[in-house]
Design a protein around this ligand. Sequence first.
Ligand SMILES: Nc1ncnc2c1ncn2[C@@H]1O[C@H](COP(=O)(O)OP(=O)(O)OP(=O)(O)O)[C@@H](O)[C@H]1O
Ligand SMILES: [Mg+2]
Length: 383
Amino acid sequence: MKTPVILCIDDEAILLDALKCQLKDYFAGKYRIETVESAEEALEVIEELEEDKIELPVVICDQIMPGMKGDELLVKIHAMLPATLKILLTGQADVDVIGNAVNNANLYHYIAKPWEPTNFNLTIKGAVEHYFQEQKLAQFYADLEIKVAERTRDLRKKNEFLNMAVHDLKNPITAIQGFSEIIQYDCKDIDNEEVVEIAGKIFTSSQQMFNLVKNILEVNAIELGKMELSFSKQNILPIVQGLFKHYTKVVESKNIQLQLNNTDEKYCVKVDTNSIYRILDNLISNAIKYSFPNKSILISIFNNSDNVRLKIKDNGPGLSDIDQEKLFGQFTRLTPQPTGGEHSTGLGLFIVKQLTETMHGKVWCESMLGHGATFIVEFPRVE
Ligand SMILES: Nc1ncnc2c1ncn2[C@@H]1O[C@H](COP(=O)(O)OP(=O)(O)OP(=O)(O)O)[C@@H](O)[C@H]1O
Ligand SMILES: [Mg+2]
């Protein structure tokens, strides 16, 4: 912190010197004592101090000066620096002058000339302490306000999250209720085949609820910092190959061609197995979910000098710049919609980003609307 300044203003040079010596002795280098002989000079010095971001806890100003008088100057200084404490030196007790300074410059004290040095020093000391206490208090309130604003924002976000979650749970619950009512009340009118069909719908709805609850719990664990990850060095190729095998069957219904490139090396990273599985599962399932039938999806894996990188490139609808900005948020359902009736909780990419970053990785999307999307995820490589 730059040394704060105490500014003394008096047109009598001798008095000013005496003041400087007295305060210098008393404060012993804790504050710089600046002296000026006129109001104009004082305003210039204050501007310079402001530019240099130097604090001015106290201004001591004589009342009787040629040109601008002390009380008028203090009113001006008060408009510029309301926190600075102002002290007026008066030769004669002029009530009007002091009244003006008290009312319009928030005068801290007036001292009658000639002053008694001990009392004078104590008054200035009190003023400086008062100033710094007020500054501390102001800082404390400013920090508190920031914290309250942050907490309010977090609570509002939590509330929105809860509203969305409840809203998303309502649909499958309503469906389950409706289907079970059919079985309960109309069982005589429906045959076995229909019962099986209804049971299938109940299963799908409960699966949706299960996925949503699972994702909500995962988001909650992430936000509370309660994710239990166990890092181990591993070649992630078998995980990619396992997912590739699984999704090769899934894409048949959409006639999508799934390809996997570069599988002749080891791709070693230090990650949590379940989390890497969740990340890749979401990215690959998204590519399939948002692609139109008869397109292709390419999964590539590379060893770079310091990281292992995976690319999942689809030929789906792609994402606009506006959609891309929201992509990794919570409950984000953007313009692209599932093309095969798949379910969507809008939490997948949020979880992907959080898990990736917890494992010291990076994930991002490169896309142009109408030209497909490529999701890239990378992790530090280990030998
Ligand atoms: N490959 C993609 N191509 C186009 N849009 C995509 C792609 N991946 C994600 N999106 C868009 O981003 C949104 C958020 O994706 P995210 O994975 O977070 O949620 P989701 O797939 O809707 O649900 P889930 O939680 O089940 O994963 C999607 O709703 C979709 O609009
Ligand atoms: Mg998803």
